[in-house]
Design a protein around this ligand. Structure first.
Ligand code: SF4
Length: 333
């Protein structure tokens, strides 16, 4: 039940105010979106698309990523430094997300045309900040002597300009922004939610109600990955339907690819689709549980139970390659 004010402090997993059926009156939009559910901390592992991906690709990498403190051979400080490495493509994504977040917040206050020069200058500042604070895989492994703004700038600006020139952006300005008070942009936290008794993490970039639908947008700066589209989209639909207790058909998740040209992948789902997704997540979670000595406390089996993959093409892309194969991949870290 909503509190009388529709606000307040939620108890664990409790809603603060429900999404209500939308009457079509923009004034009513104020009642549609509620703060995101909060859950009490539990140590048990939570499913996420990226966690299960990593688990599927290489068990050892999964161990380094999620259970570094249990490694008896390699100090956690060393593993953490490899874990924190970024790459030019990853950082491009981070910067583009950061700038779009600011852009959407601006749209909440004005729909005045964007001054392209100032916009690019803002993106340049974000690039400069990134170069100050991050350690790049390409430098550590000797592929590039250093990362300069020009290594990031063309792709960052192309992504942003493609968005500004897209029908989606026009739609955001002309149709969606009147209800921008309801936009949830880059919600805090890791997108924790529940699927039955399972903990899952599904993080959305931006969510907002319009008409009777909840739109979810996920900005992509890399190559399209059709093999993962459906799983990602149904995950977003699950997240919104669970958080806001609405029919999945009212959720419209969209993957918005920003490069090399603006392109969208969109799909809506039924309750049966969400049930099938829940079955899959349960099976994948239980696969990962099998690698826990203590499931509730999320304590892993011994490192030896997490074998290295035998595929040099995969290892060549892995941040931990200097840990597994120091002679093949010497690292300046
Ligand atoms: S270098 Fe290869 S074997 Fe080692 S963690 Fe990475 S992917 Fe796995």
């Amino acid at each position: 039940m909503p509190s009388p004010s529709g606000r307040g402090v939620a108890e664990a997993g409790q809603r603060l105010s429900p999404i209500q059926a939308y009457s079509g009156d923009p004034e009513d939009a104020a009642g549609m979106v509620q703060p995101i559910r909060q859950y009490p901390y539990t140590p048990i592992l939570g499913w996420s698309l990226s966690r299960y991906d990593l688990f599927s690709i290489c068990r050892r990498r999964y161990f380094f990523q999620y259970y570094a403190k249990y490694d008896r051979e390699v100090p956690i400080r060393r593993l953490t430094r490899f874990k924190e490495l970024t790459t030019v493509p990853m950082e491009t994504g981070t910067i583009v997300h950061e700038v779009i977040e600011v852009l959407l917040n601006r749209l909440r206050t004005t729909s005045e045309p964007i001054d392209r020069e100032r916009f690019h200058a803002f993106a340049d500042q974000a690039i400069a900040r990134s170069l100050e604070g991050k350690t790049f895989d390409e430098v550590v492994y000797g592929e590039l002597p250093a990362i300069h703004p020009e290594d990031l700038r063309p792709r960052v600006l192309a992504c942003l300009d493609n968005l500004l020139a897209s029908d989606r952006f026009r739609w955001l300005v002309e149709e969606a922004s009147p209800a921008s008070g309801q936009w949830i942009i880059d919600p805090p936290g890791y997108g924790e939610t529940r699927l039955g008794d399972l903990k899952v993490y599904i993080k959305v970039d931006v969510l907002f109600p319009l008409g009777e639908q909840i739109h979810i947008l996920d900005w992509k700066t890399g190559k399209t990955d059709p093999g993962k589209h459906r799983k990602q989209l149904v995950g977003y639909a699950t997240w919104a339907a669970t958080h806001f207790a609405i029919e999945p058909e009212r959720v419209l998740p969209t993957l918005a690819y920003l490069y090399p040209a603006y392109e969208e992948v969109q799909q809506s789902f039924t309750a049966a689709d969400l049930q099938a997704f829940a079955v899959q997540v349960r099976a994948e979670t239980h696969e990962m549980y099998e690698y826990c000595r203590d499931i509730e406390q999320n304590i892993p089996l011994e490192k030896a139970e997490f074998p290295r993959i035998d595929d040099p093409r995969v290892c060549a892309q892995c941040a931990f390659r200097a840990v597994c194969f120091p002679e093949t991949y010497p690292a300046a870290l």
